[in-house]
Design a protein around this ligand. Structure first.
Ligand SMILES: Cc1cc2nc3c(=O)[nH]c(=O)nc-3n(C[C@H](O)[C@H](O)[C@H](O)COP(=O)(O)OP(=O)(O)OC[C@H]3O[C@@H](n4cnc5c(N)ncnc54)[C@H](O)[C@@H]3O)c2cc1C
Length: 440
């Protein structure tokens, strides 16, 4: 039996962008909204898990609030949520001998400001780093900048736009040296939005994989599977919040969403927007063993840098105290790592911790288990978050542009206010697309 549904606006995807878009349309217009989500839960790349014995949530996707993100902070306030903040104490070293790590970012951004004007033509960040910033920065700062592009932007330094990195790193709006997270995790924030989407005006339909979008001005027909059975929906307009990894798939690929007619207008833009690679493991231990090592010196550690090549970056849940460590790898090394089985990745993370704390720390005896979400191979994501390739100026604007007042586009990659690749950017793009729908 095939199901038939009708709404004014169909929204594809119930992540931050899709939910923010739906909530805004409901609030500001009389249109009826149907949100279609392939997974059996809302949230997309906000994937918060709870363990009954742990005081801190485990975030398998988004975790931090970057800078002073207005969309996130304002949604937190509306939902009655709060922010957990801590000073970023950073440690580095090997074999249990750690020392506080100097943050070279201020020095890097000073050099970037000094040489930004030389970027008359956009080039890959690696070229700018070696040939220009290299004149002013010591090798340790060059290495940190390269690692940050991979780890923080999840990007390939040989591809990402130097202009984009310079703009992003020199315009940081957050409190210096402080990390912030939504208390209770990102999922609660998105749940608050989803709870506003109630009948008769709105509905979120889970376990619905959209496979085809057939469109002409004023009419969209969606075809797909709900719980594996055929499904169709009709609407006057649709908002597409698919991640770039999904949009970049060849139309003939097994998991691709087929647009008819094809989105020829978006092809050039998508060539310049990359879906970055990240491997994030949440490791659980019997005790927060690092709190008692080195006579308690690392008790308030927030970030730890390991000399091991597989996972260079770890962080704790500080200021919440929980026996959890997050292992993080980004950029091309993460793409290579993600071809390995989970057991190999976990073993490499434990090896990285042993390089950092030494074998006497008994890390393997302390280890209880690991939670992870493989975003790179997840067919509904195919990447962690977006970055702009050199020469791609204008690509995000192009991707965001509505087509014939019928198809609208949202999602972190379409944020135009400097917050792409984040939850804040996704929320803002959803509200922007809702305004476009309402104005059309
Ligand atoms: C490991 C990791 C760590 C991160 N850390 C941070 C962080 O600390 N801070 C931060 O601000 N951001 C972080 N991000 C980025 C942030 O999670 C994203 O930018 C944001 O959540 C994207 O929201 P979105 O709505 O654009 O996309 P998504 O959340 O991906 O939503 C798109 C939705 O579309 C659905 N979908 C896909 N295909 C189909 C289909 N065929 N049919 C129907 N539905 C479909 C997906 O299931 C998904 O729910 C992180 C991301 C990752 C992966």
């Amino acid at each position: 039996m095939s199901h038939q549904h009708t709404a004014d606006v169909v929204i594809v995807g119930a992540g931050a962008a899709g939910l923010a878009c739906a909530a805004q349309i409901i609030r500001r217009s009389a249109r009826r909204v149907l949100v279609l989500e392939a997974r059996d839960c809302i949230g997309g790349r906000c994937d918060t898990r709870f363990h009954p014995e742990l005081p801190a949530p485990m975030e398998l996707g988004a975790e931090f609030i970057h800078g002073a993100s207005r969309p996130v902070l304002s949604l937190l306030k509306k939902s009655g949520g709060t922010v957990v903040q801590a000073k970023q104490s950073r440690w580095t070293g090997a074999a249990g001998n750690l020392s506080p790590r100097a943050d070279l970012l201020p020095e890097i951004t000073r050099a970037m400001r000094k040489f930004a004007a030389t970027l008359k033509r956009d080039i890959p960040f690696e070229e700018f780093l070696v040939h220009t910033l290299g004149q002013a920065l010591p090798s340790a700062a060059i290495a940190q900048a390269r690692l940050r592009v991979q780890g923080y932007d999840a990007a390939d330094p040989l591809r990402i736009s130097a202009r984009e990195v310079v703009t992003e790193w020199t315009s940081g709006g957050g409190a210096d040296g402080v990390v912030s997270r939504p208390a209770g995790g990102y999922h609660a924030l998105l749940r608050f939005l989803a709870d506003q989407l109630t009948a008769p005006r709105a509905r979120v339909q889970l376990a619905t994989q959209v496979k085809t979008v057939t469109w002409r001005r004023g009419n969209v027909e969606i075809g797909g599977l709900v719980h594996g059975r055929p499904f169709r929906a009709n609407a006057r307009q649709a908002v597409i919040t698919l991640p770039v990894g999904v949009l970049k798939q060849p139309q003939r690929a097994a998991g691709a969403v087929r647009f008819m007619p094809a989105l020829a207008q978006k092809r050039a833009a998508l060539k310049h927007i990359d879906a970055g690679a990240v491997v994030k493991l949440v490791l659980r231990f019997r005790h927060a063993f690092w709190e008692t090592l080195g006579e308690g010196r690392y008790r308030d550690a927030a970030f730890l840098r390991s000399p091991h090549p597989a996972f260079a970056t770890f962080w704790t849940t500080f200021p919440l105290r929980a026996p959890l460590l997050v292992a993080w790898c980004g950029g091309p090394p993460a793409a290579r790592l993600s071809t390995q089985p989970a057991a190999t990745m976990i073993d490499l993370a434990l090896q990285s911790l042993e390089s950092l704390f030494g074998h006497h720390a008994g890390i393997r005896e302390q280890f209880l288990g690991c939670d992870l979400h493989d975003w790179l191979n997840d067919p509904y994501c195919l990447g962690a978050y977006s970055s702009l390739a050199a020469g791609g100026q204008g690509a995000r604007e192009q991707l965001a542009k509505p087509l014939r007042e019928t198809l609208f586009f949202a999602g972190e990659a379409t944020d135009l206010a400097g917050e792409s690749a984040t939850v804040g950017g996704a929320l803002r793009s959803g509200v922007r697309a809702a305004r476009e729908v309402i104005a059309s």
